[in-house]
Design a protein around this ligand. Sequence first.
Ligand code: NAP
Length: 308
Amino acid sequence: MSELPLPPESRVLGRHLGAGGIEVSPLAWGMWRLADNGRSAADAAKLVHAALDAGITFLDTADIYGFDGNGGFGDAEVLLGEVLAAEPGLRDRMVLATKGGILPPLPYDQSADYLRKAIDDSLARLKVDSVDLWQIHRPDILAHPQETARVLDDVVASGKVRSLGVSNFTIHQTAALNHLLGTKLVTTQPEISALRIDCFENGELDQAMMLGLTPMAWSPLGGGRLAVPETPRDKAVAAALDSVAEAQGVSRTVCAYSWLMAHPAGIIPIIGSQNAERIAESAEALKVRWTRTDWYAVLVAARGVPLP
Ligand code: NAP
C-alpha cells in the first residue's frame, strides 16, 4: 500500500498568531542581516517588496539587528523605518514583528523601565505607531515574570503592541510568563531546523500546541549550513532533504522550510536570505508534500542514530 502524504492541514495555508489571532503568512521573512554591508534603503525596499510579492507578509526584525559586536544597535529597524517612511502604504501590507530585551554590553534586561523604553525606541526607529507582535528576545533570569508581565500588559493596553511573544525561552519560563500575563502570549521563537531538532523532542513544540502559541523557527537553514553542508552530519541531512527535493522539483532549501511546516504545531520558518530571488523562491515550500517515511528520514539523519 502506498503511503498517504501528511494532511495539508499540517501545512496550513493561512496561519494565525495564537489561536484565532492576527492572520499571518505561513512563511516569515527575517531582517537579522538586513543592515549588513551598508545596504541602502532603496535596496532594503527591494527585499521588502520581494517578500510581500511572494506572499510573505509576516516580517520579523529586532532592535539588536545590525549590532556587530561594537555598534549598529537599532540599524535594521532604522533601515526598515526608512523603507516605510518612503512608502507608507507598505505598513498595511505586512504583519510587523520586532523584539527587544538584549542591550549590549549588558546581556539581557527585562526590567519594567528598560522594556518600556525599548519598545518606544523600536517604534521611533521603525517610524510606526504600533507593531503587530513584540517579542522578548532572550530571557532575563534576573527579572521577575510578574514585573515583565505588568509592563507587557500595559504596552498592549496602550495600543503600542498588538500581541506578545517570546524567543529562546525555556518551557518553564514561557509557562511562568504566560501564566502571569493578562494578554496571553501568541508566539514562541526558538531555533529550529533540520540541523537543530531539540524542539521536536524537548517539549517546546508540545507546549506551543498546548498553549496555542505559533512557533516561529529562527535560522531554518541552520544559518545557511544546509545550503553549503560541510560536516558529515550536515551532509547526511542535506542528502535526506535532496531526495525529496529532487522528487518534487524544488531546491533543498525550499524542502528544508517545508520540512518544518509539516509539523502539526504549524511552524512558521523565518526566511533569513537577503537575496530577492531566494526570498521569492521560498514560497514554493507550500507545494511540497511529505510522507511520514520521508519526514522521519530527515529526522534520523539529523539524530545520527536510528529511532528507538
Ligand atoms: P537561515 O535561513 O538559516 O540562513 C540564512 C543565511 O543563509 C543567509 O546568510 C543566506 O545568504 C544564506 N544562504 C546561503 N545559501 C542560501 C540559499 N540557497 N537559500 C537561502 N539562504 C541561503 O536564517 P538566519 O538568517 O540565520 O535567520 C533567519 C531569521 O531568524 C533572522 O532574520 C531573524 O529574523 C531570526 N533570528 C532570530 C534569532 C533569535 O534569537 N530569535 C536568532 C537568529 C535569527 P543570502 O542572504 O545571500 O541568501
